[in-house]
Design a protein around this ligand. Structure first.
Ligand SMILES: Cc1cc2nc3c(=O)[nH]c(=O)nc-3n(C[C@H](O)[C@H](O)[C@H](O)COP(=O)(O)O)c2cc1C
Length: 338
């Protein structure tokens, strides 16, 4: 049996190991992907990007969401996948060409997003109920980009449905999709409940392409168990990796222990620096508010400290809060019990 540290082929693309960063809307920009890479992820997916916005060359979409940092390919190396959503094949063809020109190695298509704003346009999980359109969109992405195309989808739109399995087979057999990222929860439950790994195992057994498993892998043990139970080619970490890039190292068997508070503090510092580099001071200050809660749990932040951070109007203020011994208990004091 393969190990999670073994390389594998996704179509013509070599992936250095079997642990990937999942697409995360509003989160999976270049520096979050770079962070996952620094901790060993073999394959990283961008947050979902609107094919429509790329087609019409929306400036922020093209400069921020399609930005790939050269360092993303350092270390273990491995490809960067940009995830697109959309339901119009012509728009997808054009957007996919722009994504290839931006330097992506793979295009992933979102056919699992349950959010009404996306489904209303016929994209995301709505495509589970529209196989002809899904196939046309997937073919167009391949034609436009010349890159291997993967599709991330769910078991179905409603609990008990298997339409995702049927669509996965069609996409591979008839549209030449190179791999399926499978999240075995229905769109109706969003991200709640236990993923159906039996269903994922069935897809692995019956699909003529690799399956990347998504869902429910909050710890290294959970990831290893799910991987073994399903026989998937690779696993994809999502919520478990938020503020916790150490999960990549742990899942790859490179470390067992949880990060020290000093490591967490240094990592949060790195994230703050990268956010400023990406968005400038003002926008970074607002953007970072969603990142703090993922880190401060392990930093010993005093009651009320989290709220203070959530209100910080500038990055400088946030750094001052994080450096304030009344709010974040210093490592030495915590270690000595003082
Ligand atoms: C905040 C958030 C944003 C997400 N954004 C995307 C997205 O842009 N594209 C996508 O295919 N899935 C998205 N997902 C789904 C995840 O990739 C993953 O399939 C899901 O969270 C299940 O994995 P988990 O149980 O390990 O979190 C998102 C999930 C969360 C929690």
């Amino acid at each position: 049996m393969a190990a999670l540290t073994d390389s594998w082929m996704l179509g013509p693309v070599r992936i250095p190991n079997r642990v990937a960063l999942a697409p995360l809307a509003g989160i999976g920009n270049w520096f979050v992907r770079l962070q996952a890479r620094r901790f060993g992820a073999g394959l990283v997916f961008s947050e979902m990007v609107s094919s429509h916005a790329v087609h019409y060359r929306n400036q922020r979409t093209c400069t921020e969401l399609l930005r790939i940092h050269p360092d993303e390919r350092l270390g273990v190396g491995g490809p960067v996948a940009i995830q697109l959503f959309g339901s119009d094949p012509d728009v997808m063809r054009s957007a996919a060409a722009a994504v290839a020109a931006a330097g992506a190695d793979l295009i992933d298509l979102n056919m699992g997003c349950p959010v009404p704003k996306v489904c209303k346009t016929g994209a995301g999980a709505a495509l589970l109920g529209d196989p002809d359109r899904a196939l046309a969109v997937a073919r167009a992405a391949g034609e436009g980009s010349g890159l291997p195309v993967t599709v991330k989808l769910r078991s179905g739109r409603r609990p008990g449905s298997r339409e995702g399995l049927d669509l996965a087979r069609l996409l591979v057999d008839e549209a030449g999709v190179a791999a399926i990222a499978f999240h075995p929860r229905s769109a109706a439950v969003h991200h709640a409940g236990r993923p159906d790994y039996e269903l994922a195992a069935e897809l692995v057994r019956t699909l003529d392409a690799p399956v990347i498993l998504s869902g429910g892998m909050r710890s290294a043990q959970a990831a290893r168990d799910a991987w073994e139970q399903t026989g998937a080619a690779a696993v994809m970490l999502a919520r478990g990796a938020l503020g916790n890039p150490w999960l990549f190292e742990q899942t790859l068997g490179r470390r067992e222990e949880e990060p020290t508070r000093a490591e967490v503090a240094a990592e949060l510092d790195w994230v703050i620096d990268r956010a400023v580099e990406h968005l400038g001071e003002d926008r970074a200050a607002r953007y970072l508010r969603k990142f703090y809660p993922w880190y401060i749990g392990r930093l010993g932040v005093s009651p009320g400290g989290a709220e203070t951070l959530a209100r910080c109007a500038s990055v400088g203020e946030a750094r001052a809060v994080l450096g304030d011994p009344e709010i974040v208990v210093p490592v030495e004091r915590a270690a000595s019990g003082g």
